[in-house]
Design a protein around this ligand. Structure first.
Ligand SMILES: N[C@@H](CCC(=O)N[C@@H](CS)C(=O)NCC(=O)O)C(=O)O
Length: 107
């Protein structure tokens, strides 16, 4: 990183999650009574996205989330940029930003 980048706070930038070209490459891990999940699901509805939802009160889904993402926290968006490779995106605000970017790129 150059001094210029460092002075501009580049060390705080996170690598953006990879974009996909189809909604079947996304899955939303969530559960009922989670306000952060509801926030994401409202945006999913607003954007008209038909995203698979995985309920983490089901043991198989919880196990997949913990094994893949490393935390049990929901919501988490599972992104499959290449067959069999998964990126797990936590944080409702980051998920919403990603979904808006996805909807803009896949009109
Ligand atoms: N900052 C996170 C907060 C998410 C959060 O706190 N989710 C709760 C459920 S509402 C959770 O999964 N907590 C951890 C746990 O239950 O193990 C976000 O905005 O997504």
């Amino acid at each position: 990183m150059s001094l210029f980048d460092w002075l501009n706070g580049a060390e705080n930038e996170q690598e953006p999650a990879p974009m996909v070209d189809a909604v079947d490459k996304l899955a939303l891990y969530q559960r009922a009574w989670c306000p952060y999940c509801e926030r994401v699901k409202m945006v999913v509805g607003e954007l008209g996205l038909d995203i698979t939802e995985c309920d983490t009160t089901e043991p198989d889904h919880l196990q997949a989330l913990m094994a893949g993402g490393g935390q049990r926290m929901v919501p988490c968006l599972r992104i499959e940029p290449e067959p069999g490779r998964y990126v797990w995106l936590y944080e409702s605000a980051d998920i919403i930003a990603y979904l808006r970017r996805y909807a803009g790129a896949n009109k």
